[in-house]
Structure formats: C-alpha cells, structure tokens
Design a protein around this ligand. Structure first.
Ligand SMILES: [Zn+2]
Length: 484
C-alpha cells in the first residue's frame, strides 16, 4: 500500500472515532423522526444539511423524488458512489431499548428494520472520506445518493433510468443486519409491485343487487385464483398482497375494489412472467363479475447482485475491523428480545462472517438491485440489529436507537470508509471490479423494468403522516454534535 493510502486509512479511523457522537446523534434523530416512504422530509433535510455544511454540492429532489438527493464532492475519476435508504414503515412504532411491544404512539409508523442506521453510516462515511480526500490529496469523485421509499422498492430504478449512475465506476450499499459481512452473486429477489383495480357499479345490496356489478367480488376471485396458482410457482418465486379498497359499507354494492401484489422471483424475467400470470388471473376475475380491470404497475426492480472484487475488498477490511465488543447490558437486551420473539437466546453475534463463495439469495428485495446491474456494486451488511428478531415487527425496532445500533453503526462506517479509501487509492481495484462485473453480467441486457410513464407516487403515506406527525413531533430530537 502506498504511503498516502496508509495515511488516509489512519486518518479516517481517527476521524470516525472522533466523530462517533455525531454518528450516534444522526442514528437517534432519524429513529425518532420515523418517517415512512415518500414522507422522509425531516430525514432528508438533516442528511443533506450535513453534507452541504461539509462541502458537498447537493442536488435535492432528483428524479422527481422530493426526499431524494445526490451529493457530490471532488472531480474526475474514479467516481465512487454510496447509496442507501432512510424510510421507516407503517404500523411499527416501538420504544427503543424496551424488550416488549410498547409503541411510542400506537398506530404510528416507526423504524422496524434499521434504515435510520443505514443513512447515518453513509453520512459518516461520506464525511470521513471527503475529509481524507482533502487532507491527503486523494483524487476522484464521491457521490452520495439518498434513496427514498425503499420499503416501496421505489427510487433507484428511476435514478438509473435518469442517468445518475452513467458516470459511476463503482457503488456501495450499506444495510444493517446482525453481523458484519459481505457477499457476491445474486443476493436478493426481483419484484414487480402492481395494483389490480376493479370498476363495477353500485346498487342497493338488499333491494336490487342484480342491478349492481360487484368490484369486491372481482378482487376476491383474483385472490382465490392466485391462491390456486401458488402450487405452480417455480422455486424462488413468492408473492403476497393487501386489499387496498374493499368498498364502503355492506348495503352498497362496491363499485371499486383494489388488491396490491408484490410478485417476486430470483430473476427480473421471472418476476415479469409472474406478473403476466397475475394479470391473466385478474382478467378472469373481471370476466366472471362483469367488471372492468385496471392494472397499475407501481414499481419493478431487478434482483440485487454483489460484485466479487468489491466483496473481496470489503471482506479484507471486515477481517481487520471485526465486530464491536458488546457488553453484558447489550447482550441482555438482545436475549430479552429473542425470548419475546421465540428465538434462541444467544445474545449478540460475537464474530464477523467469513467469506465463503457466492451467496444464497434471500427472499426480500431492495430497489438498489437496478444499480447493481448498471455498475459493479458492493453490499456491506453491518451489525446494528439482533439475531432472531423479525424485520417489520416491533422487536426489530427496539435496538435501533441504543448502543447496539451506535456500536454496530460505527463498525459499519469504519468498514465502508476503509473500502472507499481503497477505491480512491488503488486503481487496480476499480479495474478488477469492472472486469469481474463484465463477466458476471455477460449476456444480460439490463434495462430498468419501471414503465416509462411512471412517476414517483407523491401521495404515498401522506395521509398517514398528516394524522401522526403532530404527535410524533413532540418526540423529535435534533443532533447536538456536528461532524467536524
Ligand atoms: Zn431494508
């Protein structure tokens, strides 16, 4: 390693140690904001404010997402990007550090996975890397992307479609889990998110039902058809739905009903094929009920792929940095949450993962999938949650503004930053990432699956936040410690 690289590595380690309180403050502030998809107004303002104060050029509202942003520092090559999410989710308000279901505000949204920690890690790494670039004369461009609405798998296909990754050489996505690890290959599933909306005609349900055309019947028949189709799903496919409109009251035949599906597969083509099958089932239900069908594709994303060269670079830093030293209080909270969740009471993970070949993809999706087919992408999992808790359940919210998230976030920021410095100081790494990426994606013709006519759903979760924000604001805390 060249002298300047060694000095930059030492610089970022010291910087992150010195700025740990600022990192913790961002983790906590985002947690208490608890803003769901498309409503991350305070979160985006906090993150872009830190970057702007830190000397980044900030473009807000990219691709029509009011809470999305791109922040740029430096110029020329290599162009190294980091992107992550900061949305909470509906239904999962939970007091931090409490090992029982105890909402801050019943019915309010809340962080129930840890995207608050993801974004704080990205910001701390951005600031550390940017200071090292200045202090040690590292050339290149750092691009930091704020990606709204990951829980709706929304933003990044738009960013890719609109050219924001055209000049990017390599990209990284930090996301928390319970261990410090990385992997390569296909990591997560493709998904098509589509709403099937039926239009019928109202009538008095007792006096003249024969005059009505029942849209709810159509939605239920589609659901039944999809249940029958489950037997024929290929391994790796899965699907789930919510009814978003089922009519207004029983004595009025519903003129409108809607059912919203997530349709997943290991490949983009498989998810698309499952969507086409769902459309046939939906059309059958419309024929049976004399209703009209409208299909709205809300979003569609490619499966997440990890690049091997970037995974190896991340792993070499994981091997050096390792897991946080957890204390007994932290293990106790973990064991109590595991007990409450009927999981093995093993406490927190003591060891970082070793690196053993291509990954087995998990059944969830992430909209960063589209980035990962556009440019070589490294995925860093860092340890800021508890083994055995269930994501999108209150138990996964409890650790997210406690020392478990703080210590795990710091380890994540150190690992990510060390790897960003590697990318800015080792041109062979960028070349390896590009050549392995070319092999990994050979024969695949990537194009975003989102329909050209789609635009960001600005109304998503708006009513929910209009209802809960005034009460949630009473708990908001603003960071006291600034990044230097
Ligand atoms: Zn997530």
């Amino acid at each position: 390693m060249a002298c300047s690289a060694k000095q930059a590595r030492a610089f970022v380690e010291k910087y992150l140690g010195d700025n740990a309180d600022a990192l913790n403050d961002v983790i906590n502030a985002l947690f208490w904001y608890g803003e769901p998809a498309m409503q991350e107004v305070r979160s985006a303002a906090l993150l872009t404010g830190i970057l702007e104060d830190g000397g980044f050029q900030v473009d807000r509202g990219i691709s029509g997402f009011p809470t999305g942003f791109m922040a740029t520092y430096g110029s020329g090559s290599p162009v190294v990007a980091v992107h992550t999410e900061y949305d909470a989710a509906p239904d999962n308000s939970q007091k931090p550090g409490v090992a029982a279901h105890d909402p801050i505000i019943p019915g309010a949204p809340g962080h129930c996975e840890g995207h608050n920690v993801n974004a704080a890690v990205m910001i701390a790494s951005a600031m550390a890397t940017r200071r090292a670039m200045e202090a040690h004369g590292l050339s290149g461009t750092l691009k930091i992307f704020g990606a709204p609405a990951e829980e709706l798998v929304l933003a990044r296909p738009y960013f890719v479609r609109d050219g924001y990754f055209d000049d990017v050489d390599v990209a990284f996505h930090p996301h928390l889990r319970e261990r410090l690890s990385t992997e390569y290959g296909i990591l997560q599933r493709a998904v098509v998110s589509a709403e099937f909306i039926y239009h019928g005609e109202t009538a008095h349900a007792a006096m003249s039902p024969w005059k009505g055309r029942n849209a709810l019947d159509a939605a239920l028949l589609m659901d039944s058809g999809m249940a029958q189709y489950r037997e024929h799903l290929c391994p790796g496919m899965n699907m789930h739905r919510v009814v978003t409109d089922g009519g207004n009251q029983p004595n009025i035949i519903p003129a409108r009903a809607a059912i919203w599906w997530f349709l997943r597969d290991r490949t983009a083509q498989g998810a698309q094929a499952l969507f086409e099958q769902a459309r046939k089932v939906a059309e059958g239900a419309a024929i049976m009920t004399n209703t009209e069908l409208e299909v709205e594709v809300k979003t569609a994303v490619w499966p997440v792929r990890g690049n091997q060269a970037l995974a190896e670079a991340l792993q070499s830093n994981i091997d050096v940095i390792g897991m946080p030293a957890w204390n007994e209080d932290e293990h106790d909270l973990a064991r109590n949450l595991q007990a409450a969740n009927n999981a093995d009471e093993i406490g927190l993970e003591p060891e970082a993962d070793t690196f053993d070949g291509p990954s087995e993809s998990i059944a969830a999706a992430n909209d960063c999938g589209d980035v990962s087919w556009k440019v070589p992408m490294g995925r860093l999992w860092f340890p800021a949650n508890i083994p055995g808790v269930t994501f999108h359940h209150w138990s996964a919210g409890s650790a997210l503004a406690t020392p478990i998230a703080h210590k795990g976030g710091l380890v994540g920021a150190r690992t990510l930053t060390a790897t960003l410095v590697d990318c800015l100081t080792d041109e062979n790494l960028i070349a390896d990432a590009k050549s392995t990426f070319a092999n990994e994606t050979a024969g695949v013709d990537y194009a975003p699956m989102i329909p050209d006519s789609n635009s960001p759903p600005l109304e998503a979760n708006r009513e929910l936040m209009q209802k809960f924000r005034p009460e949630m604001e009473r708990y908001y805390i603003e960071p006291k410690n600034c990044f230097q």
